[in-house]
Design a protein around this ligand. Structure first.
Ligand code: GDP
Length: 425
């Protein structure tokens, strides 16, 4: 019996969704433990192409139970929409294969409004929020000004609690931002529609996970975004508002005593970053456009073009260390096939000194990449399934990255489909 976490090592969008989709075969339960609808996993399998935002990627496998833990930002409205999209394509979602923590806080409609209003106020100093209400949601959670999903089963208490919160929120909406206040009718409608729909799925996921663990079932923890977006250890303040590290998985799932035996850190064969903030290895111009097109690097949630660059081994080493990764899945190697020689960022210079350590966030602005080049392989590798069948230059690239990170690369992904994978163990 073994538990595993699949986590991002970089800025997110590493291809975690495809790794979870592949590996759920070996697990009974898939748990999302943080984040909300602000990012997206893209999963391609025999049922079609799916952009998942909140649903765990195990939703496509028969017999796999999917859990939304207490650490997620539970937006009932958007979750229901996402469930309908997936169900329309023939995937059954019932309280047997989806369980929502009664301790998850509900993302309220006003959280999305406040996100939008604050980004507007910040104008050109904005952080690049996806406007899904995530930052206002987690701020309120820390202030204890949210309601828990389990309160849906205590309607009288819930009404009084929500009325208190609404009164407070309306003060902020009207006096700080000059926006329209909420009325109880608006909240009532939200309760009667969105919340009623997800209510059958709400239960004590902590109890469920502890029992499942005692029965010897295997749990896969699935993270959103990556190390560099972690609220505590990322590129503050250009982080997300939750903890993206494997260490948080037990707390955010409802099973704080869970032991994670294996942490698979997902690393992309080159770098991408969506939104604002320091991105030391960024490429510009034609070189960047070509890589962006080759990797189809546009946000799953927003469609925004992602910033791109060579693999940043300084950030990746740090990211893998913060995740305590025990193995690495290197994705999108096929995307580099067009390059004659492949740039890799092995160090930074900061204040005239070369360093291999990832600097404190405030020092990142002055960091410059040290770039080396490796030979390209210039042929299509998307059909390769065995390590020995990869061209020598491609194997050398993978081994170089492995040496630099210091963690074994056990999976090499060469295409978005479930089977486009080389397993090295
Ligand atoms: P996630 O949030 O970490 O799951 O990442 P995204 O879903 O935003 O980004 C990964 C994208 O790359 C998706 O469109 C995947 O289908 C695609 N993808 C994943 N692995 C590979 C790969 O090895 N090669 C190619 N060409 N595409 C891949």
């Amino acid at each position: 019996m073994a538990n595993c976490a699949i986590v991002g090592v970089n800025w997110g969008d590493e291809g975690k969704g495809r790794m979870v989709d592949l590996l759920t075969e070996n697990y009974d339960i898939v748990v999302r433990f943080q984040g909300g609808g602000n990012a997206g996993h893209t999963v391609i399998n025999e049922m079609g192409k799916f952009a998942l935002h909140l649903l765990p990627s195990g939703i496509f496998r028969d017999g796999v139970v999917n859990v939304l833990g207490n650490g997620v930002a539970l937006d009932p409205e958007n979750l229901w929409k996402e469930m309908c999209d997936v169900m329309e394509k023939g995937v059954a979602i019932t309280p047997d294969n989806l369980k929502i923590s009664d301790r998850a806080s509900l993302l309220m409609p006003w959280h999305r409004d406040l996100d939008e209003l604050e980004e507007r106020r910040l104008a050109d100093k904005k952080f690049g929020s996806t406007k899904q209400g995530i930052a206002p949601f987690y701020s309120d959670k820390y202030q204890k000004k949210t309601v828990l999903a389990g309160e849906l089963f205590h309607p009288e208490r819930l009404e009084a609690h929500l009325k208190d919160l609404m009164e407070w929120k309306n003060l902020i909406l009207t006096s700080v931002y000059g926006a329209e206040p909420y009325t109880w009718d608006m909240i009532r409608e939200w309760l009667d529609t969105s919340c009623e729909r997800i209510k059958p799925f709400v239960c004590s996921t902590g109890e469920y996970l502890r029992d499942a663990h005692n029965e010897g079932r295997n749990i896969l923890f699935e993270a959103q975004l990556g190390s560099l977006r972690d609220l505590d250890y990322g590129i503050h303040p250009y982080t997300t508002s939750s903890n993206t590290l494997a260490a948080y998985a037990p707390v955010g799932s409802g099973f704080p005593g869970a032991r994670i035996n294996d942490v698979i850190g997902v690393v992309k064969a080159y770098s991408t970053c969506v939104g604002e903030g320091p991105f030391v290895c960024e490429m510009f111009g034609e070189e960047a456009d070509r890589l962006r097109e080759a990797g189809f690097e546009y946000g799953a949630k927003t469609g925004r073009p992602r910033r791109v660059g060579p693999i940043d081994l300084v950030a990746t080493r740090y990211g893998a260390m913060m995740q305590a990764a025990t193995e690495i899945a290197l994705t999108k190697l096929d995307v580099l096939s067009y390059m004659d020689r492949i740039p890799v960022c092995t160090a930074y210079t900061v204040g005239g000194e070369e360093t291999r350590e990832f600097p404190f966030p405030a020092a990142l602005d002055e960091a410059k990449p040290v770039v080396e080049y490796l030979d390209g392989w210039k042929c299509d590798i998307s059909g390769v399934r065995e390590w020995d069948d990869l061209p020598r230059e491609a194997r050398e690239y993978v081994l170089f990255v492995q040496r630099e990170i210091g963690v074994p690369i056990t999976y090499v992904s060469v295409g978005p489909e479930r089977e486009s994978i080389i397993v090295r163990k």
